[in-house]
Design a protein around this ligand. Sequence first.
Ligand code: HEC
Ligand code: HEC
Length: 265
Amino acid sequence: MKTCVLLLQTLIVTFALSGCGYALEEMGLFKTGEIILKTPKVNEFSESLIDYYVVRQTALKTCFECHTTKAPLLDTEAKIYEHREDIMATVESGDMPPIRKGYQPLTACELQILRSYFDNQTNQRPAQRVKELSACTEGTKPPTQPTSPVPNPPEQTPQPDLGQLELSFKNLRTAFFDAKCLNCHSSQVERPKDPMLDSIAHILAAKDYTDKSITVYKNGADSLLYKITVPGLTDTIMPPARTKVQLTPAEADYLKRWIDAGMPE
Ligand code: HEC
Ligand code: HEC
């Protein structure tokens, strides 16, 4: 029993020391400006058992750039396990790490590493080796193909002529806003995204991440709510690019004219 405890202590000390060394090493490796130079190298771990160290060096590598200071804090093994459901949900949907800040979504292999890691902990199963995971068996080929489900573009049903349609929130919603925006930005969905856009009051109260209102009174052209739906008008796009859904020019134009008209009910 004594030897066992001793052994354990040695292990912990070794782990802590090597962890520290790697943290230092990583500082130089992360990012230059907005471009990621190093995507985590899964291949060099193909023989490794999937443990906290491997997860830190692969799937969760970028997270430590922000989540050692930003909530949710993910700076220890225990906290990461505690937040496992939120973590899986955000990385699977491609919301984290933030693509708009120049990060790559997790690869299929990294997602499997993470799933397997949490699953082993929950079920107290011994760890697999990275190369045993189906998405990580590509040998030297860098894993690509993220598995995050990309919703199919909605069926092309014949559109009402938006040019003729009376400007109202009700018409906006039925024409395309429900299907293309409120599927994420409404309290009716399981993981609603900020800002809430499911009522005029919510839209008026909504702020962008710089704390500016997303609408300018009777000025669609200057309103983020409109601009964000048109490629190139902002540094991002809604719906998010990964969904492969966009507003048609007629839809974006209807949204703009609805704001111009003072956002009628
Ligand atoms: C560039 C900084 C940055 C990086 C890198 C980053 N995050 Fe985040 N994360 C944020 C910010 C800011 C928020 C809060 C705002 C938001 O939800 O968009 C957040 C929110 C979250 C949340 C809570 C929101 C939710 O939807 O449940 C989780 C969980 C999360 N991040 C996990 C991760 C994981 C896992 C990684 C690495 C794969 C990661 N983040 C990488 C900045 C970052
Ligand atoms: C698949 C889910 C999804 C859909 C569909 C979607 N959004 Fe978003 N939206 C998000 C997420 C996630 C964020 C926060 C992260 C970000 O800013 O990239 C966001 C953020 C925003 C913001 C705030 C941006 C900022 O800079 O703070 C606005 C405004 C917005 N969306 C409008 C829209 C509009 C308008 C539509 C429909 C044309 C739409 N979204 C469709 C997921 C979605």
